[in-house]
Design a protein around this ligand. Structure first.
Ligand code: ITT
Length: 201
């Protein structure tokens, strides 16, 4: 099976959209943006990345009857027992203030010498014929503060992937893509779709 030639990207996050455009371009997939369709943002009521990714993709598919791709992702900090995790966007508040969210992460870690963290991305592709594909990608790393770098989005300026001295925001798009949780999840998803390995009921 081929990757769908046209998909709805069920995200309202411009940083994610930019990364998916790069991933989907070589596959010649036409992207329809959630914003262009005026898709409402569903409330993320599940308690896992998988649950929320599926919720977002199903919600978009119910409205559009097209293949819909959603991403639920976040930063899981070891010293904070995995927080902010699925609440990563919510820690930035209504104003999407990630300077505040990154400071909160650092303040909450406090004196703990364990600065390790991982980024997680779970992608869900829901087809109008009800087949569902779900893939998870992770990258381990360490946090630094103050934040560094101007590229990327969200928590990129405080996250250095393992064995790197630069943050994702310093590495830029090409550098980040070598390690990115989203790229890892996408490659897995692509393999699942092309071999038609969808989730069973
Ligand atoms: P959608 O639900 O519309 O896709 P969102 O921003 O609300 O947008 P999430 O609920 O998945 O998305 O929240 C994930 C948050 O985790 C996101 O807002 C970022 O702050 C952070 N995050 C996820 N992936 C990231 C990455 O690659 N780099 C930096 N921060 C990331």
């Amino acid at each position: 099976m081929l990757f769908p030639s046209k998909i709805v990207l069920a995200t309202h996050n411009a940083g994610k959209v930019a990364e998916f455009q790069k991933l989907l371009e070589p596959l010649n997939v036409k992207i329809i943006g959630a914003g262009d369709l005026g898709l409402p943002e569903p409330e993320e009521t599940e308690d896992s990345f998988e649950g929320n990714a599926l919720l977002k993709a199903r919600h978009a598919c119910e409205i559009t009857a097209m293949p819909c791709l959603a991403d639920d992702s976040g930063l899981a900090v070891t010293a904070l027992d995995g927080a902010p995790g699925i609440y990563s966007a919510r820690w930035a508040g209504e104003n999407k203030d990630f300077d505040m969210a990154m400071k909160k992460v650092w303040d909450d870690i406090g004196d703990n010498t364990d600065k390790s963290a991982q980024f997680v991305a779970v992608l869900a592709l829901v087809m109008p014929d009800e087949r569902e594909f779900v893939a998870r990608g992770e990258v381990q790393g360490n946090l630094c503060y103050p934040s560094r770098g101007d590229h990327g989005f969200g928590y990129d300026p405080i996250f250095m992937p393992e064995n790197e001295a630069q943050t994702f925001a310093e590495l830029g798009a090409a550098g980040k893509s070598k390690y990115s949780h989203r790229v890892r999840a996408f490659n897995l998803l692509k393999a699942m779709v092309t071999s038609n390995r969808h989730c069973e009921e």
